[in-house]
Design a protein around this ligand. Structure first.
Ligand code: FES
Ligand code: FE
Length: 449
């Protein structure tokens, strides 16, 4: 890239016309900038309360490219530190999760307590002549941490807006699955992790809005156990000005199977209706919280897309259940989630094949990188003033509004020096005015590099 990178990014991400240049999925410079500008500043999902029940409980995860440790403190709070020793940068903890009183670096033995303080330095007297000021060499801590209904998020940027502002109108939709019983949700122990050779945004954008792919990509797997899924599908698409997206299918919770899960959902139905109202209780969906938290509440699946390079990402996937559900139901939910959306799930493998092949083509080709992709579905048919649902809403299950706003938000993070504050709602605009848009190879997105 020789021209100013901001100009090039503006050309690549023509979200207004629904055109994206796929260079953003493969370019090394863009990827490095993304780690700094997006993952270095946005609120990122860290862990759920249920993963850290006791003081000393920890979870090892990533914020973008950086390993971090989330640790439950004695006072009940959660703190998040870089999992990197202040001496030579070695990881101080290599376990995925557990309970600890302190963390000893296995390189030279510097040791930190759960509050991140450096509490022991081998040979402090004979090697350092007692000159090292230990208080100054504690673990590096994130700038902010906060939680929404038990979901902990952190950011490296002290200028980031409060978490509730960052989530914005997405909380209305998140509540439809984190808050459907008084006990909230629980994430069952055991995260499933696997690697895809593609760009992390392919997963994030699909979960925010792409119900369209299910008709073809999942024709065999979904048709196997629910032929009705592909016919007469009714729902909405929600696109948040903050970059989040939710695709919601109506009338899904009224078809109860005669098994532990079906009977549980049937028993719960009236209580959920009262708690959430019929606009949310009788729905399932798929969503993305910008940038890299996604889920399929209907399949009890929550996941993070961890970037591992421009053309590689890891999926970390958990089963979520109602915390106060019977054990039999939790077991059934875990089996069902693994069967459909686990690493070898009948649905999940369909998606991975798409992302992997696209990644291969972008990696090996040159001309395919110059061809703009089409994100024009439903453009101009959305409203910012739906009488029921907050945010920009399309009264149709199929659309690409969430993807357009995801990339709009991504572009704002990538190109702004200040933390990119977005308005809570869109200003007035003409609705239902379909815009005449360009052909598949857009003049802006194609004229790149
Ligand atoms: Fe950790 Fe040296 S790198 S003690
Ligand atoms: Fe899929």
């Amino acid at each position: 890239m020789t021209r100013d990178i901001n100009d090039q990014l503006q050309e690549l991400v023509d979200w207004e016309n629904g055109l994206i240049g796929p260079e953003i999925f493969i370019n090394d410079d863009i990827y490095r900038r993304e780690l700094e500008q997006v993952f270095g500043r946005a609120w990122l999902f860290i862990a759920h309360d249920s993963m850290l029940p006791k003081p000393g409980d920890f979870v090892n995860t990533y914020m973008g490219g950086d390993p971090v440790l989330a640790i439950r403190q004695k006072d009940g709070s959660v703190r998040v530190f870089l999992n990197a020793c202040r001496h030579r940068g070695m990881k101080i903890c290599r376990a995925e999760d557990g309970n600890a009183r302190n963390f000893m670096c296995t390189y030279h033995g510097w040791t930190y307590n759960t509050a991140g303080e450096l509490i022991n330095v081998p040979n402090l007297d004979t090697a350092y002549f007692n000159d090292l000021d230990q208080k100054r060499w504690g673990l590096v801590e994130v700038a902010q941490i906060d939680q929404y209904k038990g979901m902990w998020f952190a950011t490296f940027d002290e200028n980031a807006v409060p978490l509730t502002d960052f989530l914005g109108d997405m909380t209305y939709y998140i509540d439809s699955w984190v808050d459907r019983t008084p006990g909230g949700i629980e994430m069952l122990p055991g995260v499933i992790k696997w690697t895809i050779h593609g760009n992390w945004k392919l997963g994030a954008e699909q979960f925010g809005g792409d119900g369209y792919h299910a008709i073809i990509t999942h024709a065999s797997s979904l048709g196997t156990f629910d032929p009705g899924f592909l016919r007469d599908i009714q729902g909405i698409e929600f696109a948040s000005r903050q970059g989040h997206g939710y695709s919601m299918i109506f009338d899904r919770m009224t078809r109860f199977a005669d098994d532990p899960l079906g009977r549980y959902n049937s028993d719960q139905f009236d209580a959920r209706l009262e708690r959430l109202g019929e606009d949310r209780a009788n729905t399932v969906g798929n969503f993305t919280v910008f940038p890299n938290l996604s889920g399929l509440p209907g399949s009890a699946n929550l996941r993070v897309w961890h970037p591992k390079g421009p053309n590689e990402f890891e999926i970390w996937s958990w089963t979520i259940v109602d915390a106060d559900a019977p054990e039999e139901v939790k077991r059934a939910q875990r089996t069902s989630a693994a069967f459909t959306e686990g690493a070898a799930g009948v649905v999940e493998t369909d998606d991975g094949e798409n992302w992997d092949l696209i990644g291969q083509m972008l990696d090996r080709g040159t001309q395919t990188r110059k061809m703009a992709w089409n994100y024009q579905m439903g453009h101009g048919h959305e409203t910012d003033h739906d009488p029921v649902y907050p945010g920009r809403v399309l009264r149709n299950y199929f659309g690409e509004g969430p993807q357009r706003t995801f990339y709009r938000r991504w572009l704002e993070f990538m190109t702004s020096e200040e933390w990119p504050v977005a308005p809570a709602v869109e200003p007035e605009r003409h609705e239902h005015e379909a815009t005449a848009m360009g052909a598949g190879i857009g003049p802006r997105a194609a004229a790149i590099m």
